[in-house]
Design a protein around this ligand. Structure first.
Ligand code: PMV
Length: 363
């Protein structure tokens, strides 16, 4: 049996930066992101009928799935530590899967998870500041659930049923497991706006219009400081004092602004939060920075836009590239502006999404 799943990346407006010293990626503060759509990780899985539960990562990406633009896929080069992290995560999800499935009214495979060979591919460059760990862990989590289900087609049906409470509960249970592999991945199971508090992620009700998303790619080189290191180093900054109270207050204000669809306020809060997170980086001991000359050029150009009456939402993740969110109705207008400023080849374009999906189950 072959199975294709995918999970999108997400872009945080309130950032997860700093975590508790306990295991399992418990954040110091609540965060909130927009789930993306086509910037995502695909997992292609060959499922053998035996139940020895072996997990193997295969290089490449077989072009057996329908409707996929293979020319756009980037195959990540997983190295030793990355493979071990995924193997640990596979164990985590396949151990938790039977109870998640039963809770949803589905049967797990009677003798444990199937043996699988998985291939992964991203639609964006590795290390480009687009959270590939979020999408890859979310995709691997859902793959692990499928490998543990007695009837993957039934699971696919329930997963994609939009208004089912059992489906939502199952996605949230998966998000809790995924979080333990990569914190921000827990926000990639639903959409378009998702909050993460302590152990759980859930959708935020908003009055926002449908949003488009651009990335101004100023550099696609691999980042030198991983987000795991950043989570620790920020606490050495003198600005860490009071950070949790400030971001928590801003998080609540952001929820209010999203609830009423106040884009100007969402823009202001997101801009402030981006500066605060990067200030923590720049004032840590040792100080570090993700910025490239192009980042500063882009930030200077957006500094005027965010003060305008109809501002875009602008933010950076732990990377050099600038994310811009605008209403879909203004997409073409902003595409012209961004193309003129940065050149068409520097732009990635996406939109809001609804979270991880089981795309195909075929024998
Ligand atoms: O999930 P991690 O450990 O890769 O951390 C992600 C941190 C940021 O992307 C910088 C912020 C966020 O909330 O996504």
């Amino acid at each position: 049996m072959k199975i294709l799943v995918r999970a999108p990346s997400n872009i945080a407006l309130m950032k997860y930066m700093g975590k508790k010293e306990t295991a399992g990626n418990i954040p110091d503060n609540p965060s909130l992101s927009m789930t993306l759509n086509s910037l995502c990780t695909y997992v292609n899985m060959d499922l053998q009928e035996d139940s020895t539960g072996q997990f193997r990562i295969r290089t490449g990406f077989d072009d057996s799935a329908k409707g996929l633009d293979y020319s756009r896929l980037q195959i990540p080069e997983l190295k030793g530590a990355g493979i071990e992290k995924m193997e640990r995560h596979w164990k985590r999800i396949t151990e938790a899967a039977p109870s998640i499935l039963k809770e949803a009214g589905l049967d797990p495979r009677p003798n444990g998870p199937a043996s699988v060979a998985v291939q992964t591919a991203n639609t964006f460059p590795m290390g480009s500041g687009i959270a590939s760990s979020a999408s890859s862990f979310a995709a691997m989590t859902i793959a692990g659930l499928v490998a543990s289900a007695a009837d993957p087609s039934k699971l696919q049906e329930l997963w994609s049923s939009k208004d089912s409470q059992a489906s939502v509960a199952m996605k949230r249970a998966c998000a809790r497991i995924s979080r333990q592999g990569s914190g921000s991945s827990c926000r990639s199971f639903e959409g378009p706006f998702v909050e993460w508090n302590e152990e759980s992620a859930s959708v935020v009700q908003t009055a926002m219009p449908e949003m488009s998303h651009f990335v101004v790619v100023v550099s696609s080189t691999e980042k030198k400081i991983s987000s795991s290191q950043a989570h620790q180093l920020v606490k050495t900054s003198a600005l860490w004092n009071g950070r949790v109270a400030r971001v928590t207050e801003r998080f609540h204000a952001l929820k209010v602004a999203l609830a009423v669809g106040d884009i100007a306020e969402v823009s202001r809060l997101s801009w402030t939060e981006m500066w605060e997170m990067h200030s923590l980086f720049h004032t840590a001991t040792p100080a570090f920075s993700y910025w490239e000359p192009g980042t500063i050029h882009a930030l200077r150009s957006f500094a005027e836009d965010v003060l305008s009456e109809n501002p875009p939402i602008v933010t950076l993740d732990a990377g050099p590239n600038v994310h811009v969110l605008v209403p879909k109705s203004e997409r073409e207008h902003w595409l012209d502006i961004l193309t003129e400023r940065f050149g068409a080849e520097a732009l990635l374009s996406d939109g809001q999404g609804t979270g991880a999906e089981i795309l195909e189950v075929f024998n």
